[in-house]
Design a protein around this ligand. Structure first.
Ligand SMILES: Cc1ncc(COP(=O)(O)O)c(C=O)c1O
Length: 363
C-alpha cells in the first residue's frame, strides 16, 4: 500500500485517558475522576438531555442538512444573519473544512504560536501544509513575532483565545492588528472554544463584531461550557463569502439530529451556563489557593483548565496520579517538562485532585 510520508509520520490525536480505559488497565478499586479533557463537570443541560431523548425516535430520518432552526435561534442570540453561521461535527470539523478550502498553493503557509490546540498541527500535517509555528512568549501568543512572520504566502493564521493549554487571552486589539496585517488573502481563525468561561472577565473584550471583516472566522463550541462534548457540535461565525466556501466542502448531514436538537435546547438553558461558569470560578479560586499553599507555580487561566508546574517530571506525576484514580494531562509532549494541565472539576473532584497531588508531591 502506497502512503505518503507526511501521513506515515503523523501521530494520531491523543485525548485525555477515558475512565473505562484506566479501570481496565490498572484494575483500580477506587473511584476514578477525569479532569483531562476540559469537559463540563456539571454535565449537560437537563433541557438538552430531555430534547435529545425526545428526538431519539426520529433517528431513522436524515437530519436537516442546513441546521435551519438552530441557525435561526443562534443568529437571533448573536445578532447576526443565518448566512453568517456554519455548524460542524464539533469545531474540529470546521478546522478541517478551513484546511480544505484555504491555503492550497504549494508555498502557502499556516501560522500560529505553539503550544496551542494540537489539532491545528495534526490537521495541517494531514493535509501536507507548510506550518510555521512560533513559540509562545510567557505562555502567551507572541503578537510581535506573529505580525513579523506574516508574508504574502501566509494564508491561514490560527489564534486560540483562551489558549489551550495555557489558558491565556489574546487581546481584542491584538486580534484586530493581526487581521489588518494579514490582509484580504489570509484567513484569521479565532478559536474561542472556551468563550463562555472568559466572556465576563474584565480582561476580555467581546470580539464578535470582527466577523464582519472579510478575512475572519470565529469558532465556538457546545463541547465545553454547554457540556455537550459527546454530541459533537460547534459553529463558526464569518462573513457570507467565507461561510459559502466552507459550505461547498461540508459533508451533507454533518451535524446529526440529536446534536441539532440538543444544542437548540442548550441555548435556552441560560441557568446551566451560569452555574457552570460559577462552578468554574469557585474551583479556580480554590485550586489557585491550594497551588500557592504548595508553592506550585501556575498560569492564570481564562478557561476551565489550569497549567501548572509540578516541580517534578510531569510524566511521573501523571502516572502516580493515575494509580490513585485521578486522570489529568501531562504537558511533556508540548515541551513543558514539569507541567501538567488540570481541568477545573466539581468541588469534590477538585478536593480529591488536590489530596492526591499532595500525596504524590509529598507536600
Ligand atoms: C481550543 C480548542 N478548539 C477546538 C476544540 C475542539 O472542540 P470540539 O469538541 O467542538 O471539536 C478544542 C477541544 O478541546 C479546543 O481546546
Amino acid at each position: 500500500m502506497q502512503v505518503a510520508d507526511y501521513i506515515k509520520t503523523l501521530k494520531p490525536y491523543e485525548g485525555g485517558k477515558p475512565i473505562e480505559e484506566l479501570q481496565r488497565e490498572l484494575n483500580l478499586n477506587c473511584d476514578i475522576i477525569k479532569l483531562a479533557s476540559n469537559e463540563n463537570p456539571l454535565g449537560a443541560s437537563k433541557k438538552a438531555v430531555e430534547a435529545i431523548k425526545n428526538t431519539v425516535e426520529n433517528i431513522n430520518m436524515y437530519p436537516d442538512g442546513d441546521s435551519y432552526y438552530l441557525k435561526l435561534k443562534l443568529s437571533k442570540l448573536l445578532g447576526v444573519s443565518s448566512k453568517n453561521l456554519i455548524f460542524g461535527n464539533g469545531s474540529d470539523e470546521l478546522l478541517e473544512l478551513i484546511y480544505k478550502v484555504f491555503a492550497n498553493e504549494k508555498d502557502d503557509e499556516i501560522l500560529y504560536c505553539y503550544p496551542t490546540f494540537i489539532e491545528y498541527r495534526i490537521l495541517g500535517k494531514s493535509y501536507n501544509k507548510k506550518l510555521i509555528e512560533l513559540p509562545l512568549k510567557d505562555f502567551k501568543y507572541d503578537i510581535d513575532a506573529l505580525t513579523n512572520a506574516i508574508n504574502s504566502n501566509t494564508k491561514i493564521i490560527f489564534l486560540n483565545t483562551p489558549n489551550n493549554p495555557t489558558g491565556t487571552l489574546i487581546k481584542y486589539e491584538e486580534i484586530e492588528l493581526i487581521t489588518e496585517k494579514a490582509g484580504k488573502n489570509c484567513l484569521v481563525v479565532v478559536d474561542e472554544a472556551y468563550y463562555e468561561y472568559c466572556k465576563n472577565s474584565k480582561d476580555y473584550k467581546e470580539i464578535l463584531d470582527l466577523y464582519k471583516k472579510d478575512n475572519v472566522i470565529i469558532l465556538r463550541t457546545f463541547s465545553k461550557a454547554y457540556g455537550l462534548a459527546g454530541l459533537r457540535i460547534g459553529y463558526g461565525i464569518a462573513n457570507e463569502k467565507i461561510i459559502d466556501y466552507l459550505n461547498r466542502v461540508r459533508p451533507p448531514f454533518n451535524v446529526n439530529i440529536l446534536a441539532q436538537n440538543g444544542a437548540l435546547a442548550a441555548l435556552d438553558d441560560v441557568e446551566h451556563i451560569k452555574n457552570s461558569v460559577d462552578n468554574n470560578e469557585e474551583g479556580k479560586a480554590y485550586l489557585y489557593n491550594e497551588f500557592e499553599d504548595m508553592g506550585i507555580e501556575y498560569v492564570k487561566t481564562y478557561a476551565n483548565f489550569i497549567l501548572f508546574d509540578s516541580g517534578k517530571d510531569a510524566e511521573f506525576v501523571y502516572n502516580e496520579l493515575l494509580k490513585k484514580g485521578v486522570i489529568i494531562r501531562s504537558m511533556t509532549g508540548y515541551g513543558y517538562k514539569n507541567y501538567l494541565r488540570v481541568t477545573i472539576g466539581t468541588k469534590e473532584e477538585n478536593r480529591i485532585f488536590i489530596e492526591k497531588l499532595r500525596e504524590v508531591l509529598d507536600v
